[in-house]
Design a protein around this ligand. Sequence first.
Ligand SMILES: Cc1cc2nc3c(=O)[nH]c(=O)nc-3n(C[C@H](O)[C@H](O)[C@H](O)COP(=O)(O)OP(=O)(O)OC[C@H]3O[C@@H](n4cnc5c(N)ncnc54)[C@H](O)[C@@H]3O)c2cc1C
Length: 410
Amino acid sequence: MNPDQTRNTHERSCDAAIVGGGLIGLSIAFELRRRGADVVVIEAGIPGRGATHVAGGMLAPVGELDFGEPDLLELNLASAGLYPDFVAAVESASGMPVDYRKVGGLHVALDRDEAGGLKRVLDLQLRLGLDSRWLGPGASRELEPGLAPGLNGSVLAAGDGLVDPRALTSALLEALEKAGATVRTGIAITAIQTESGRASGVELADGSSIAAKTVIAAVGAESGRAPWLAETDRPPVRPVKGQVAELRGDSAEPACGRILASERVYIAPRSDGRMIVGATVEELGFDTTVTAGGIHELLREAYRLLPDVAEMEFIGATAGLRPGTPDNLPVIGPASMPGLLIATGHYRNGILLAPVTARAVADMVESGAGPDDSADGPVAAATPARFRGGESRPDSDNGSDGLSERAEKR
Ligand SMILES: Cc1cc2nc3c(=O)[nH]c(=O)nc-3n(C[C@H](O)[C@H](O)[C@H](O)COP(=O)(O)OP(=O)(O)OC[C@H]3O[C@@H](n4cnc5c(N)ncnc54)[C@H](O)[C@@H]3O)c2cc1C
């Protein structure tokens, strides 16, 4: 199917109108359709070409653990647990593979300073009962012989995994098409329609409208400046730019078999021989320029980690905008306007968090959750209500905080 194609130009009504065709919006649509709901996805551009297109696809609740984020860890672990069933359902509904593999991640210290930092994270992982362990240089290179010889040691997060976000997007679109869902592409929504103060549908840029019992806003980094969301419901989401490079090695003899990460870069291998090298973390507003400096730094750091990188084909480089929030937790749940749900702010974990978000939002649609309700379980911490009242609203179009073009393993 051609993703540019507008599948249905008629005005219509549906159970749920999902605004945004990134992985979050498509996963929600898939889950709702599976439960029998009539869904329409409205995507301003091409589905999956936002942050989703650029992501490394790491499903790494353990390897990417940071200090002071217990709620996020719980949410990440919950979603990692849902991944096998989620992938099985998408693959079976679409007939398309998504390259999901629980290969584990190896977080490498290239020198003694880096080893100190890594061991502090390992302490935290072990205190939290997570599955990770220290490997010396020999054991590290036994697992991944391509690693740079001078390394100091590594932490193995054996339960972490990978998926190909682009393949997952294509499979979700195929599954939605087969299930008779409507995906409208190349058209933005411009307003939310209301009836007696409740969201009752969406207005599109061509003047047409779609009536919906529930509207779900899943527009990623755009959500912090979406003019069609009332100020109280506009989440404090800011764009955090990430550049990645895409390389191709030999799929028969891959240079690495699992996620490799150092302090400043990660390498995410795909089954077809591609390697995603990521990612910069840049606070530059809505800029998605790929820069020579950013890609140079990524490739230099990747080469320090896995020297075979130098022999690989350079396929290209791209940049995307992570939807960041002040507390790094996503924003999932009912808006203050009845009938409107928000699902955004997934920052650097949106690929990992797709299944838990889809399930929670579908539950809320089914239960008719209102402004005073929040989800059960770990998704409760992600409630939009935590930002109501105007606190912590960063300027979503702000300039640099001095971190620009710094390569980090996120
Ligand atoms: C460099 C980089 C690396 C990453 N690596 C990982 C990783 O390894 N693992 C992980 O879990 N996460 C990773 N992430 C994060 C992940 O990519 C995001 O959190 C996730 O893709 C967010 O999905 P989304 O659907 O919310 O947003 P998007 O994919 O950006 O989709 C939002 C969509 O909404 C559409 N839209 C906007 N406004 C409108 C409107 N008015 N009307 C209709 N449509 C609209 C946009 O066109 C877009 O397609 C990474 C991100 C980046 C940038």
